[in-house]
Design a protein around this ligand. Structure first.
Ligand code: HGY
Ligand code: MN
Ligand code: MN
Length: 420
């Protein structure tokens, strides 16, 4: 099956999405957080693209968007594709967005060419894959998997103390039946293929345009708070200080050395978000809060590293006379792609003489969470220099086209299968 994708249209749609940006003109890149005005405008834009193709569009009670290209036998469990349109701060224009635009382009090709497909094909735009606003990744897909009951959204807050529930209520989503519209169970969906930029340099270094993802690393997030004694920076001798910042610094460096000690690509740890109180140059910090982000494709290693750093926090705080707290707020399970779906992607590549590389995703994706109820696989396209979560994120137009054409061929095959 040889599909054709319009690269210029894909690019112009990505460029348009990029304009829905809540960061000022002086800020590099794009910032688009869940349920902000610009994200709501971006939602309307992607909905309009799907409506133009003749897809029906719906939204569930946590804001996941479902665009449906109806199949000849709509009673059958649908095939899913899609990704997210929310971003990290100062993001590029491909992370998530390309998976959505590429899936829409695939549906456009199928619809315009009347390609027969028994199963409906649904393009899913998941609410808030990034933890940017609410500190929780994969909000929409997590809710689908039953890991975020509506009641719990009352205890998920942004940095301004607004809860996710407040936002759902403000935007009218609470008028929808949460369990009925959000929750999914095994059998509801036949198969899911998410297309995404690689966000690492492997494909580009190998000169290969397609990645077939075999495993997806999962995150653990640990919220850490270190309390010491706020004092004058000039009149407090070094030997009597209880400095929350230097305690935090020791912990962060220890986290780095622990993660390095495993010596493998997918055991990684980061502290990217930190706040200091009172955050003044001549005051010894009394309180430092930060988030630890640990990843691995091996759950036992992720658990071990998490346990090690938590006990180190306790030890350092005792030694330094600090008060330390740590709460694991996310502890996801790594997942493996469904071999049968990956085989369909592989077959599509082979019949079009497209080289591919089987690989692991260091980043997590909504596919990780929905793998609870649907067999998943992912298609990667190269990221220039492996750059992502940065305005310099870039993928060659030819790679956008190749990825979309492989996705399209895969969706057509899957939507005509009786079983995997
Ligand atoms: O952090 C991640 O892996 C994803 O980009 N949210
Ligand atoms: Mn991301
Ligand atoms: Mn992403």
């Amino acid at each position: 099956m040889k599909c054709t994708a319009d690269g210029n249209r894909i690019l112009s749609e990505l460029e348009k999405l990029k304009t829905f940006d809540m960061s000022g003109p002086e800020q590099p890149g794009t910032t688009r957080m869940l349920f902000t005005d610009v994200e709501m405008e971006a939602r309307e834009y992607v909905k309009s693209l799907m409506l133009e193709i003749g897809m029906s569009v719906d939204e569930d009670a946590i804001g996941n968007i479902y665009g449906t290209l109806r199949g000849s036998d709509p009673e059958l469990a649908p095939v899913w594709s899609g990704s997210h349109i929310d971003t990290v701060i100062n993001a590029g224009m491909y992370d998530g967005m390309f998976g959505v635009i590429g899936a829409i382009e695939s549906c456009r090709y199928i619809s315009e060419n009347d390609i027969p497909h028994k199963r409906s094909i649904q393009v899913i735009i998941y609410s808030s894959e990034e933890p940017t606003r609410f500190g929780m990744g994969c909000v929409g897909s997590r809710a689908m998997a039953g890991e975020l009951p509506l009641e719990d959204t009352k205890n998920v807050f942004d940095d301004n103390g607004i809860s996710l529930y407040d936002e759902l209520e403000r935007l009218g989503f609470t008028k929808k039946d949460y369990d009925k519209t959000v929750l999914k169970k095994k059998g509801d969906v036949f198969a899911s293929v998410e297309m995404h930029i690689e966000q690492a340099p492997v494909l580009e270094q190998k000169g290969i345009p397609i990645g077939i993802v075999e495993g997806i690393c999962a995150p653990s997030y640990i919220q850490v708070c270190i309390e010491g004694e706020q004092k004058h920076a000039g009149s407090t001798p070094m030997n009597v200080r209880r400095d929350a910042m230097t305690g935090a610094a020791e912990i962060i460096l220890r986290l780095e050395s622990l993660a390095r000690s495993y010596g493998n690509t997918h055991t990684v740890a980061t502290v990217g978000k930190l706040s200091v109180f009172p955050n003044a140059s001549n005051v010894i910090p009394g309180k430092v809060s930060f988030t630890i982000d640990i990843r691995d494709v091996d759950e036992s290693v992720k658990t071990e590293l998490t346990e090690k750093i938590c006990s180190y926090i306790d030890c350092i705080c005792t030694m330094r006379g600090l008060i330390g707290s740590h709460e694991i707020t996310t502890d996801d399970i790594p997942c493996y792609s469904d071999p049968a779906i990956s085989a369909v992607i592989e077959e599509t590549c082979r019949e079009n003489n497209i080289p591919y590389n089987r690989m692991t995703s260091g980043a997590y994706h909504d596919s990780l969470l929905i793998s609870d109820f649907v067999p998943v696989a992912m298609i990667f396209v190269p990221s220039h220099n492996g750059i992502s979560h940065d305005p310099a994120e870039f993928t060659e137009l030819s790679d956008l086209v190749t990825g979309t054409e492989v996705l399209c061929g895969t969706l057509i095959k899957l939507s005509n299968l009786d079983s995997l």
